[in-house]
Design a protein around this ligand. Structure first.
Ligand code: SF4
Length: 487
């Protein structure tokens, strides 16, 4: 809503007003539609070129590897802590977001840090680390180009991988002119140059670097970072102190498994065979080395993840945050990107994990923000059956009485109707008559031979469905009747 931060809405969150506003913003929908379609097609082509007919087997293998890692998370955690500390990394464990922010703030204060450079990380968005450091007097600058622009605009990322998917170059030009005093230009190269010049100055004075982690390898105690702009490498090697924040689900057992994930992550996120920079951090600067931080810290964050380790939701923790399910999702495209979801994680994966992290009653709309078409499952490189989890959440909503009594009654009546063949036929005929009557009432005939009717004045309950899409009135006869007559 106006004046409200896109990712920290008042709870319980009502998705409809933001989705309606975004769906009515033609420019926004065009950006999102174009970007997601291109990315989705690129992912499909890149995966097909690399794995051909074996793609489903590779996805299944990756899913099983992730599941195995989660099934043995306790041993992987112990092993990672042991190996990381052997390499000189200080490991912290945080039960929730405020605890993680406090650990990071304490490290910054102990070292007298004044400027922090931060690379892109969803988990730091999740815990509000940037605001936490700023409040402690540490100037914190996003260095991923998209995140940097989003920060200049006082906005929030709208996509897991492409944070400024909801903006175009005119927005960037305006932000650079307004916030950096740069001359107005829409030339992408000139805009990149302006950002680079500005960020180089920040890198030079930074005394704290913060990153996320794409994976944590238990066997070697390594932090793995995958980026395309090289900004994360500046963040973790320039300043004297590096803090990495990672959810506990990022742990994998063996270094050998990493190659499977890296191949799938880059192809699913950006259609590349590999990200341009893949960095494995084993510890701080060693004696005799000229570069690198003097201290490296890892904050292992729970923040609700151990709740999801329960057998029926554990699969959701496989997610490697590639964003492919967002690009494939027709709902994400229609509502103009991630802001309509009112949460850090948007799209199908956000619609499942956000209610589980933050309470099902707080996000009643999210499990229903899906057509259950299955495109997200087909796109997911680690084979997460997202539609299954969305349905399970809807079932929980009914059980926990998040849905209102009217809706529950309506679904019960509907289920009763569907269970009897004759009842189903009678109900179908009644519904057809009703919908045809609504189409006729406006006299809107269109299509071949003028026989097509469009519903223009729907029943009150159907109105939101028809605000941004046309809905044809049903034909006079259904398929069964048409078939019987034909014979
Ligand atoms: S759920 Fe699957 S497709 Fe969606 S972001 Fe996670 S790994 Fe990618």
């Amino acid at each position: 809503m106006k004046g409200e931060h896109p990712l920290t809405p008042a709870l319980p969150y009502d998705m409809a007003p933001r989705a309606r506003a975004a769906a009515g913003d033609v420019r926004l929908r065009q950006f999102v539609e174009r970007a997601t379609t291109t990315r989705d097609r690129g992912r499909a082509d890149a995966c097909r070129a690399a794995f051909g007919d074996a793609l489903d087997e590779v996805r299944s293998l990756a899913g099983q590897l992730r599941q195995h890692a989660l099934d043995h998370l306790d041993t992987h955690l112990e092993r990672f802590i042991e190996e990381a500390e052997r390499g000189g990394i200080t490991v912290h464990v945080a039960a929730d977001g405020p605890a993680a922010v406090a650990i990071c703030r304490d490290i910054a204060q102990r070292h007298g840090c004044r400027t922090c450079v931060k690379s892109k990380s969803m988990v730091t968005e999740e815990i509000g680390l940037l605001d936490g450091l700023m409040a402690a007097g540490v100037e914190t600058v996003e260095t991923d180009l998209g995140e940097f622009i989003v920060q200049l605009d006082g906005d929030a990322p709208s996509h897991i991988v492409a944070p400024m998917i909801h903006k175009d170059r005119t927005d960037v030009a305006r932000a650079f002119q307004r916030e950096l005093g740069a001359p107005y230009t829409e030339d992408p190269e000139a805009l990149t140059r302006i950002a680079r010049q500005h960020l180089r100055g920040v890198y030079r004075r930074a005394d704290l670097g913060v990153s996320g982690a794409n994976f944590l390898v238990a066997e070697t105690g390594s932090i793995v970072l995958c980026t395309n702009e090289g900004n994360a490498d500046f963040c973790v090697s320039g300043p004297p102190v590096h803090v990495a924040v990672a959810g506990i689900e990022k742990l994998i057992g063996r270094l050998a498994d990493l190659s499977v994930y890296l191949k799938l992550l880059a192809r699913s996120a950006t259609s590349q065979p590999l990200t341009v920079y893949t960095t494995l951090i084993q510890g701080p600067r060693r004696p005799g080395e000229r570069d690198g931080p003097r201290e490296v810290h890892v904050i292992l964050l729970d923040n609700g993840r151990s709740r999801l380790l329960a057998a029926d939701t554990r699969e959701l923790l496989r997610c490697i945050r590639c964003g492919a399910c967002l690009n494939a999702c027709p709902v994400y495209r229609q509502v103009g990107g991630g802001h309509a979801y009112g949460a850090v994680y948007s799209g199908p994966i956000g619609a499942t994990i956000t209610p589980l992290f933050k309470g099902i009653a707080n996000y009643p709309d999210l499990p229903r923000a899906s057509s259950l078409c299955g495109a997200c499952h087909a796109a997911c490189p680690v084979d997460i059956d997202l539609p299954h989890h969305l349905i399970a959440l809807r079932r929980r909503q009914v059980r926990e009485r998040v849905t209102g009594p009217g809706e529950r009654l309506a679904y019960r009546v509907w289920a009763w109707w569907l269970r009897g063949a004759r009842r189903y036929r009678v109900a179908g005929s009644c519904m057809r008559l009703l919908l045809r009557a609504m189409g006729r009432s406006m006299g809107q005939d269109a299509g071949a031979g003028g026989r097509r009717r469009w519903i223009a004045r729907p029943l009150p309950g159907l109105r939101p469905w028809l605000e941004h899409r046309d809905f044809p009135a049903p034909p006079r006869r259904n398929f069964r009747e048409w078939w019987r007559r034909r014979r």
